[in-house]
Design a protein around this ligand. Sequence first.
Ligand code: PRP
Length: 212
Amino acid sequence: MVTIALPKGRLADQTLDLLERLGIDCREVREESRKLIFTTNDGAIRFILVKPSDVPAYVEYGTADMGIAGKDTLLEEGRQLYEMLDLNLGRCRLAVAGFPERKNSGITNSRLRVATKYPNITKNYFSGKWEAVEIIKLNGSVELGPLTGLADVIVDIVESGRTLAENGLVVLEEICPVSARLVVNQVSLKTKNDEIGRIIEGLRELLKGERS
Ligand code: PRP
């Protein structure tokens, strides 16, 4: 049996669509319920539904053999696992954002206060630019940081750009593009090579078909 950690929330439906196209029965997972563990009828696959930012931990420890996680989460968590495929889902970007006036003044003032759900990414990004920042970790609605004066700028994901626009904020610097990745436990890749290999190859073929 292969255990797959599925992220709850915005990536969930697209991920299930992809797995169903591989012939994996995901009907039970789609049903509205509070259940967190599902096994396919043939007993080949067990799904565990986890908070997106927890997927890398489940995969690193081998509780899940594989999982689907955003590149943002992988960069933030820095876990030991294999990133096997770019699933081309949940495309967005990580960026520094703030009020448009900051564009002209630059964001290189000393000791910027940065609000973010991604303290590690933020630390790495600004230390790469030799900028001293004070990082304020928030758990959501990060855009409130500059709006309330809590922070000068934010580091966050930008998808449609709507949240920024509706709050009078703009992208100041791009950090990197983000998309969902298929990740695999390092031991499982050896011990369950056939089962995991089949899923990876199936997904690879599907994605190739989409690109061509
Ligand atoms: C994310 C992110 C931005 C927004 C970006 O928040 O933190 O706030 O989505 O999307 P957009 O560019 O399409 O507007 P999420 O919806 O996950 O909620 P949160 O603020 O509670 O984390």
